[in-house]
Write a protein that binds this ligand. Structure first.
Ligand SMILES: [Zn+2]
Ligand SMILES: [Zn+2]
Length: 131
């Protein structure tokens, strides 16, 4: 499917690529409004959904059920903080080996995999220790 060029969509992609916090649509919207005051939340939602359908970006469910978006589409793992809800990339977990092992035992086709780790992020841990 060929997408018609859209300045708003380009700016949504650009916004996503400048951050590593795996934002929700609301977070992208809050940020992008500074550049496009007239953009609607619906436009941001629609474009993020479209981009993830096309495989341009990755979508997953975050803590609390809100969809989070990630411009890194290659398989990688994530960490979610149970306290502040932040999402971070977890590298070096040998995810490709995990996928190979799963592939070997599975009759269908596995396209992607992602493991979610849960706990407290460093900030929340420090806060807790100081409290
Ligand atoms: Zn945290
Ligand atoms: Zn990620």
């Amino acid at each position: 499917m060929a997408l018609k060029y859209s300045r708003q969509r380009e700016s949504i992609i650009a916004n996503l690529m400048h951050r590593t916090d795996h934002p929700t649509a609301d977070m992208v919207y809050a940020d992008i409004r500074k550049t496009f005051p007239n953009i609607s939340l619906g436009t941001v939602y629609r474009n993020l959904a479209l981009l993830s359908d096309l495989g341009e970006i990755r979508k997953f469910s975050g803590e609390g059920g809100a969809d989070r978006y990630d411009w890194r589409t290659e398989p990688h793992n994530h960490f979610t903080c149970r306290k502040c809800g932040c999402v971070k990339d977890m590298d070096g977990q040998q995810i490709s080996r995990l996928k190979e092992q799963a592939d070997a035992q599975f009759d269908g086709r596995i396209d992607d995999c992602s493991v979610m780790f849960y706990g407290l992020c460093a900030d929340c841990l420090a806060e807790e220790a100081g409290a």
